[in-house]
Design a protein around this ligand. Structure first.
Ligand SMILES: [Zn+2]
Length: 188
């Protein structure tokens, strides 16, 4: 395995549920082994959580989901396509669920690296009227042409500064904050 810089340990949630195709996640987990490679797959169609991430075997069989809190961070990491992510089963366990029934659980290590990219060639233009500016403003200002507010922001997907409107600025701030939280899992 390639050397990784970040590692996050977590359990898989929803392990007692049945998959959409009728397969039993408990039976799928029974077939798994410690050290097995798994995949994180974005579930864009999920009606309950727009950040949902499935945890699946390489065969595609689904074991469950990442828990909602951490899925928010990894959803951005997956969506901006700038992270290399590996998942490995760290531990297989048995525990009693709320109704006292013995069930199988699975804990995983998510290992990831940020992929360095080349700075793109980007024209500095107003997001409202496309007016070309001479240089990137240091902070929020009004477009000299249409006089609407324009915001310079780092876009994590391209790792470069772009000029955006207020709504997009808020989205990019949110993405950057979630990605900064992943920094915490740097291997020591
Ligand atoms: Zn403008």
């Amino acid at each position: 395995m390639e050397e990784y810089e970040y590692i996050y340990y977590t359990n898989i949630v929803g392990v007692t549920h049945t998959n959409d195709d009728g397969s039993d996640r408990q039976k799928i987990i029974k077939k798994c082994w410690v050290g097995e490679t798994l995949n994180l797959i974005r579930d864009y169609e999920n009606p309950y959580d727009k950040n949902a991430i499935k945890v699946c075997r390489e065969s595609g069989e689904q074991l469950g989901y990442l828990n909602k809190d951490v899925a928010e961070n990894f959803a951005v990491a997956i969506d901006i396509e700038r992270y290399k992510i590996w998942v490995e089963i760290k531990e297989l366990s048995k525990f009693r669920n709320e109704s006292g029934k013995k069930v199988r659980g699975c804990c995983i290590n998510i290992m990831f690296n940020l992929i360095p990219i080349q700075a793109p060639e980007i024209e500095i233009v107003c997001p409202h009227c496309n007016f070309k500016l001479e240089k990137m403003p240091a902070r929020k200002r009004k477009c000299p042409n249409c006089e609407k507010d324009i915001y310079p922001r780092i876009d994590p997907k391209i790792a470069w500064c772009v000029l955006v409107d207020e709504k997009r600025a808020n989205e990019l701030d949110h993405q950057s904050r979630l990605l900064r939280e992943l920094e915490f899992y740097k291997k020591r």
